[in-house]
Design a protein around this ligand. Structure first.
Ligand SMILES: Nc1ncnc2c1ncn2[C@@H]1O[C@H](COP(=O)(O)OP(=O)(O)OP(=O)(O)O)[C@@H](O)[C@H]1O
Ligand SMILES: [Mg+2]
Length: 318
């Protein structure tokens, strides 16, 4: 028996969300926002919080600063049942923060990476590789030290028989400096979205992108395709396209991809077949769109199942 089902390795930051802003920022001028929300940000944190709400035992491996934003991050993870014993406090760097300026449907983000950018392999308490069944890695391009050390992390997972899922997320610098031919064979489940897969492989269609990665897949890939659903591609080339569970009353799709990942990986660590993991991923992706933000729809297992019955006529079966 391992202490954790899932160790989420990724970025941590707070979001300072400004709503009802009276125009766009201008040099030398002052604008006002009508509302502000200070909350736990980061896509890996949404993944970890939601996976924890679905049942698995989840811990987080990430770096924060010794500051009040760091305390907010730690307390918010703990409130979601995510273990924080593997969090690292940098003695010098500040906790990352994203200023989110919301304008109607769109958001302009400005991120200070801080501590998240300096966590490398040597900073990680190596016992995590013995204490977890599975590692979920996310947002690689927001974390330059982790990106640099990716092979070391994956080799440690392999040595300890730990399965790995990876969602690189978008590369803000659009350099896509990840050698997928050497990295993907060490990833059990690769979880890109359509746009990211094409950018990573420098291809211009989904078909070309699938062909590019297929020879290198560890076990399988799931391509997330927004309201179209998801496409499971196994190492042997077999596929399963699964349309999304349509939610006619979408509140917002913030974090839908992370919620998909949390459902898929929670089912995977229970040993469910890949098609079932995909189905649960589509369900948790759709559930995400029924409430504001990335974690609003994922409170307790009971409430999640109530929402699922309302939306799909059945529970998640996790
Ligand atoms: N409008 C929607 N209705 C129902 N299901 C949805 C909707 N949008 C997304 N989903 C589900 O959530 C999954 C993941 O969403 P999406 O493809 O947007 O991921 P992503 O691009 O990685 O998102 P993110 O911006 O959160 O990283 C989809 O595969 C789908 O199953
Ligand atoms: Mg995503």
């Amino acid at each position: 028996m391992k202490r954790y089902d899932i160790a989420a390795i990724g970025e941590l930051n707070v979001d300072v969300i400004l709503n009802q802003i009276d125009g766009f920022p201008e040099m030398g001028k002052e604008k006002f926002a009508g509302q502000m929300l200070l909350t736990l940000g980061s896509s890996t944190a949404i993944f970890a919080a939601n996976a924890s709400s679905l049942g698995p035992k989840v811990c987080f491996v990430g770096m924060i600063g010794k500051d009040s934003f760091g305390s907010l991050v730690k307390e918010s993870l703990e409130a979601k049942g995510v273990a924080t014993d593997y969090l690292i406090e940098s003695p010098s760097a500040a906790t990352g923060a994203t200023i989110v300026m919301s304008y109607d449907e769109d958001r302009a983000n400005l991120t200070y990476q801080g501590a998240m950018d300096i966590m490398g392999f040597d900073d990680i308490d190596q016992s995590v590789f013995e204490n977890t069944k599975h590692i979920h890695l996310s947002s690689l391009f927001m974390q330059s030290a982790l990106l640099r050390d990716i092979d070391k992390v994956l080799d440690a997972a392999t040595r300890n028989g730990v399965t790995v899922s990876l969602d690189t997320q978008w590369d803000p610098a659009e350099k896509w400096a990840l050698d997928y031919k050497s990295v993907l064979p060490k990833i059990t489940i690769f979880l890109p979205n359509e746009k990211e897969l094409q950018a990573l492989t420098a291809t211009s269609s989904l078909e070309e992108a699938i062909e590019a990665v297929l020879p290198y897949l560890g076990c399988a890939m799931v391509v997330k395709m927004g309201s179209k659903g998801s496409l499971l591609v196994r190492k042997d080339g077999s596929r399963n396209m699964l349309p999304s569970f349509l939610n006619r009353n979408v509140v917002d799709a913030i974090g839908a991809g992370d919620s998909f990942n949390s459902g898929f990986v929670s089912a995977f660590v229970k040993g469910l077949p890949l098609e079932k993991c995909q189905e649960i991923g589509n369900m948790t992706g759709a559930l995400n769109t029924t409430a504001a933000g990335g974690t609003g729809a994922f409170t307790s297992p009971e409430e999640i199942n109530q929402r699922a019955i309302k939306l799909f006529g059945r529970t998640l079966d996790l």
